[in-house]
Design a binder for this molecule. Structure first.
Ligand SMILES: Cc1cc2nc3c(=O)[nH]c(=O)nc-3n(C[C@H](O)[C@H](O)[C@H](O)COP(=O)(O)OP(=O)(O)OC[C@H]3O[C@@H](n4cnc5c(N)ncnc54)[C@H](O)[C@@H]3O)c2cc1C
Length: 260
């Protein structure tokens, strides 16, 4: 089975910088980490590839500093690493992101299965997976917690608010993976030692045959008009001094307000 696994590099907490003019993330200047949900997607893809003698192609659309994330994916079991990197991709909303991933899937495929995380921890829309399936004209099943190959199809268990659904789906197919799907494996020491020799294929918009009008800011029907940290407007009082005095003061404040 040939599997594409979409991995989103997200900002490490505390390293986020926003461009004041475009209101977009300054992705080149921030430290990146793998979207935590994508660890479960990668584990699901690698396990399935092992079971079916298949291959996992890990794909990220991100600036060049995301190469480390893909090298980590190699350590966790991905076979091929692809970074989609081009200034033309900057400022992409979910539609332009999924279009870019779809062009890459067409270029690198055919794939039997595309695996995404259930959501990113920064954008948090959960739109990219289903949109990518729509661009490719293939079905998608979201919130999947288990996948079993069965006579050319997959038997999937999907998590719902009220319980679980069992779905049989034909491939090619896209799934988004729940975090309760598995316990991701630790990195392989053998693969960690080969880290410096691993090739990362870097592809531009032209390499994947993408239409410029569908990429980045110009291909994004939604654009961020403002980004700001909410201003704290409440009254604050700092209580300092020896612990006993601080506790007494706290108790009297709470009593004054009728809270105890
Ligand atoms: C209205 C709107 C406007 C935006 N405008 C901008 C903007 O102007 N500039 C800007 O920098 N960002 C912008 N963003 C953020 C940008 O859309 C997201 O970074 C990107 O489209 C992915 O969306 P998401 O984070 O919600 O992913 P989700 O849909 O929550 O991610 C689900 C899964 O899709 C896959 N995936 C998502 N993104 C990638 C990726 N890049 N590479 C590989 N796999 C991926 C992963 O498997 C991930 O687990 C905008 C978002 C929205 C909602």
């Amino acid at each position: 089975m040939r599997i594409m696994c979409c991995l989103k590099p997200v900002p490490k907490p505390g390293s986020v910088k926003i461009d004041p003019k475009t209101h977009t993330l300054k992705r080149e200047e921030i430290e990146l980490a793998l979207n935590p949900y994508d660890r479960y997607a990668l584990e699901a893809a690698v396990s399935l590839a092992e079971e079916t003698d298949g291959k996992v192609v890990a794909v990220s659309m991100a600036p060049p500093n995301a190469k480390n994330i893909l090298l980590d994916a190699y350590a966790f079991g991905a076979d091929e690493l692809v970074l989609l990197s081009d200034r033309a991709f900057a400022g992409a909303d979910t539609l332009a992101t999924s279009y870019t991933l779809a062009c890459a899937a067409r270029k690198l495929g055919p794939f039997d299965l595309i695996v995404c995380g259930k959501v990113s921890v920064d954008g948090e829309t959960a739109q990219v997976g289903p949109e990518l399936a729509a661009w490719l004209g293939i079905p998608s099943v979201t919130w999947v917690k288990s996948l079993k190959p069965q006579n050319g199809s997959l038997e999937l268990v999907r998590v719902r608010e009220f319980g679980e659904e069992v779905i049989r789906a034909k491939m090619p197919l896209l799934v988004t993976i729940e975090n309760e799907a598995n316990i991701p494996r630790p990195p392989s020491i053998r693969r960690l030692l080969k880290r410096d020799e691993v090739e990362i294929k870097v592809l531009s918009a032209e390499d994947i045959g993408a239409e410029p009008a569908y990429l980045g800011l110009s291909g994004s029907p939604t654009q961020v008009v403002d980004v700001f940290a909410p201003e704290y407007k409440g009254k604050r009082e700092l209580i300092s001094g020896p612990a006993e005095e601080v506790v007494d003061k706290m108790i009297s404040i709470l009593k004054e307000r009728g809270l105890i």
